[in-house]
Design a protein around this ligand. Structure first.
Ligand code: DOR
Ligand code: ZN
Ligand code: ZN
Length: 358
């Protein structure tokens, strides 16, 4: 079966392509990309892509699909449909499920479910520590063999630096990146939103940007010590991107991602007391947002990832301090970036495609 996508603006950052061209697909594989590919008889389907963008499938390297254990929030069937609706063809799912993806059996279960009920590619991320308890590292070789492409205790930090060092040394042996959720819990405590002018006005306990910055710096130091690949999840603070920029200049193996919500939503909107604005790390102030934009443009930030974290209604329809953290992003991410960054001239279309695909 052949498919011809005609006359679209083909953008493929990996191969430095940005031109009006045709794409010929045969049996699900790209056969040819060039100008004016002839339509031969009726041997396939033709899509008129005039005025449209033709890009590689978008990848979201940080989502929560909630299966197994929290299917009342989301499952692999619904989460991958949300991904497809949003333009993503591949997602990497975090292991904070119940049970945690901390062994081969759970990783295999996720892959089997994805093959049966999923509609996009799903790559599981294995836990760094057993039960994400932060004390004993997982059997990483087993997780790799079962299809995990990275390791993370996302949802919480690995607070013990010695455990993190050990984990990085092992992860490096298997060339697995370690995705770090950075927060220094002794500064977070029961904070509800970004600490600053608005937390004072709204009477909500604050989480200082330094809680993130401190842990980002610790992990950069551990990346330097171990030469392992540390990837910082959902970077949200100015001090964090400044530290990552400096670390990259020194050749330390560190990368990072940013979410659409941290790029466009300021902490001021928490004043609605709508728990849909409650997320971890919290929405930051305008100066942090400006620093994230700068870091996105100068290559300090490597990817946009949604941290898609859906919840059931009861977890959100309640007092702000009782509500769960998390924003669902898969269906809206591309539209938000397009509308708020590309159409405002902050980001070019090829830059956007690159941040969603590489
Ligand atoms: O807001 C968040 N929600 N941040 C996290 O780190 C975890 C996530 C979740 O799993 O709900
Ligand atoms: Zn996280
Ligand atoms: Zn997450």
């Amino acid at each position: 079966m052949k498919l011809l996508i005609k006359g679209g603006r083909v953008i493929d950052p990996e191969n430095h392509i940005d031109e009006i061209m045709d794409v010929l697909v045969a049996d699900g594989r790209i056969e040819e990309i060039k100008k004016d590919i002839a339509i031969k008889g009726a041997e396939g389907k033709v899509i008129d892509a005039n005025g449209k963008l033709v890009c590689p499938g978008f990848i979201d390297m940080h989502v929560h699909l909630r299966e197994p254990g929290y299917e009342y929030k989301e499952d692999i069937a619904s989460g991958t449909r949300a991904a497809a609706a949003g333009g993503f063809t591949t997602v990497c799912c975090m292991p904070n499920t119940d049970p945690v993806i901390d062994n081969a059996a759970v990783a295999a279960f996720v892959r089997e479910r994805a093959a049966k009920s999923g509609v996009v590619n799903v790559f599981p991320i294995g836990a760094i520590t057993k039960k994400q308890a932060g004390t004993e590292i997982t059997e990483m070789a087993e997780l790799l063999a079962a299809g995990c492409i990275a390791l993370s205790d996302d949802g919480k930090p690995v607070t013990d630096a010695g455990v993190m060092r050990n984990a990085l040394n092992y992860a490096k042996m298997f060339s697995l990146p370690v995705l770090s959720h950075c927060e220094e819990m002794s500064l977070v405590r029961d904070g509800q939103m970004h600490e600053g002018y608005y937390s004072t006005i709204y009477g909500l306990k604050g989480i200082p940007a330094e809680a993130e910055e401190l842990m980002v710096n610790r992990d950069i130091i551990l990346a330097r010590l171990t030469a392992a690949h540390v990837h910082i999840c959902h970077v949200s603070a100015q001090g964090s991107v400044e530290a990552i920029r400096a670390a990259k200049k020194q050749g330390i193996n560190v990368t990072c991602e940013v979410t659409p919500h941290h790029l466009v939503l300021p902490d001021e909107i928490v004043g609605s007391y709508d728990a849909d604005t409650k997320v971890n790390p919290p929405l930051r102030s305008e100066e942090h947002i400006a620093a994230l934009h700068k870091a996105l443009l100068d290559g300090t930030i490597d990817a946009i990832a949604t941290d898609h974290a859906p919840h059931n209604r009861d977890s959100k329809d309640c007092e702000y301090d009782l509500a769960a953290n998390g924003i669902s992003g898969l269906e809206t991410a591309v539209a938000v970036i397009m509308d708020r960054l590309v159409l405002k001239g902050i980001l070019s279309i090829p830059q956007m495609v690159s941040l969603f695909t590489m």
